[in-house]
Design a protein around this ligand. Structure first.
Ligand SMILES: Cc1cc2nc3c(=O)[nH]c(=O)nc-3n(C[C@H](O)[C@H](O)[C@H](O)COP(=O)(O)O)c2cc1C
Length: 417
């Protein structure tokens, strides 16, 4: 019998940047929604706040090998949600000082810090952007009480602008002291819209064959290398195991292209807005008998890669389940999201042998509701408040009542139905 703590505390070195993470844990991206937001003036949006810095200071104390930020938007009026952090060359400030503070906080105990960059494409609420831009004019169906505008297909100049914006944002994060970036090509946002045949109907060099559909991703990676000029800067990609119009074999082929492009690690995930109201984030390619939603896919992917590391994220609860995934060769690194909003110091406690699993969770079975609840816990940490204990029925009921008062009726109907 192997010791889970021993497995999980091993350092891991990335093949291209040569950087080493101190252990096998990664805090997966979670949209913190703790930046400034003005509904009317896009120029007063996206500035990281003190609350965001405090949140990362707390996670740093949790001894996590790699900390990935929530998705940072590259365009001030194309957001995943209000309160997103933004790095946009057309804003009056790129918030270099604030990002330097976030990097300092997240790295204060030796973690590597990676900024996740994103563009929502068609998956932007109509309240934020009635005129989305996407690979093609395939509309996002309304989901979870959210409505979406019909997207305008991006012109080639528009694509070039987006490539430049990703590279610009990466260069700012590099200057601020971040160790790397992660491109969000999962969960139905712009880059995964390009990858999936169903949302990419283009007939130019960005559509059609899989290599063409992956072209924007590869151009962004090349542009980041050009803009950052540092071989030790980590580039990572978060990729869905599959989507409608993007099958597992295609996902593996894209991962191999990413490896050829020098991507240090690929984080595997699944799902998109369209599926979020279903009863579980688990999808068809998941394991029911073992912990970790995407472990089988991660194992398959890992067998096709020679250098890039694989991070399996989703559904991990116990140190035994996490160590099993590492020891059987399914993943190099374990990604955790929701457990770290409930217990920001969980990794430290596991590594010290003080606990073997995440706390119990008495939240009702609704992925969307659980999503908002985790965001509420991040706000509590950022504000220096006690974290609502999801193992305590009274505290769960109190938070649900508060959320019902605060979130718009349409969303709340979808959440609580
Ligand atoms: C509140 C919340 C916000 C999230 N925001 C992001 C995000 O910005 N980018 C991303 O790639 N995934 C995001 N995710 C998905 C997580 O990174 C992760 O893939 C998912 O929660 C499954 O991991 P878990 O079972 O450990 O929570 C978010 C999840 C939650 C709960």
């Amino acid at each position: 019998m192997f010791d889970p703590v021993d497995q999980l505390s091993q350092p891991v070195t990335f093949p291209f940047s040569g950087r080493t993470a101190k252990n096998r844990f990664l805090k997966s991206a979670m949209s913190e929604r703790l930046a400034t937001f003005s509904p009317f003036d896009p120029c007063r949006r996206g500035q990281p706040t003190e609350e965001l810095v405090r949140l990362y200071e707390t996670w740093a104390k949790g001894d996590i090998g790699i900390i990935v930020t929530g998705n940072i938007q590259i365009k001030k009026d194309h957001l995943e949600a209000t309160g997103n952090a933004i790095i946009d060359k057309n804003l009056p400030s790129v918030f270099l000082q604030e990002w330097t503070e976030v990097a300092r906080a997240a790295k204060s105990q030796g973690s590597l810090v990676i900024g996740q960059l994103n563009h929502p494409g068609r998956q932007v609420s109509i309240n934020i952007q009635p005129y989305p831009e996407a690979p093609s004019d395939v509309e996002q169906p309304s989901t979870g009480g959210l409505l979406f505008g019909r997207p305008t297909p991006l012109t080639k100049d528009g694509i070039k602008d987006i490539v430049d914006r990703f590279a610009f944002a990466a260069s700012i994060l590099h200057e601020a002291g971040f160790d790397g970036v992660q491109l969000h090509a999962a969960h139905g946002y712009l880059l995964s819209q390009f990858l999936a045949k169903r949302t990419n109907l283009r007939t130019d060099e960005y559509g059609g064959s899989l290599v063409n559909r992956a072209q924007i991703l590869l151009e962004i990676i090349a542009a980041i290398r050009e803009a950052v000029q540092s071989p030790s800067f980590i580039i990572s990609v978060k990729l869905n195991s599959h989507d409608e119009g993007f099958c597992i074999e295609e996902s593996i082929t894209v991962a191999k292209l990413l490896e050829d492009a020098g991507v240090d690690f690929i984080e595997v995930s699944g799902g998109a807005y369209e599926q979020i109201t279903r009863s579980s984030q688990e999808k068809s390619y998941t394991v029911k008998t073992r912990e970790g939603y995407f472990v089988e896919y991660a194992e398959l992917l890992r067998s096709h890669l020679k250098l890039s590391k694989v991070v399996a994220t989703g559904g991990f609860q116990t140190s035994q389940g996490m160590a099993d995934a590492i020891s059987r060769g399914a993943a190099d690194i374990i990604g955790l999201a929701r457990p770290l909003t409930a217990e920001p110091l969980l990794v430290r406690d596991i590594l010290r042998g003080e606990t073997k699993q995440a706390k119990g969770d008495k939240f009702p079975e609704s992925p969307m509701l659980r999503f908002v609840a985790s965001a509420a816990q991040m706000a509590e940490i950022g504000n220096g408040q006690d974290i609502t204990d999801f193992d305590n029925e009274f505290q769960v009921a109190r938070l649900i009542a508060k959320m019902q008062k605060e979130i718009p009726v349409a969303i709340s109907e979808a959440l609580f139905s």
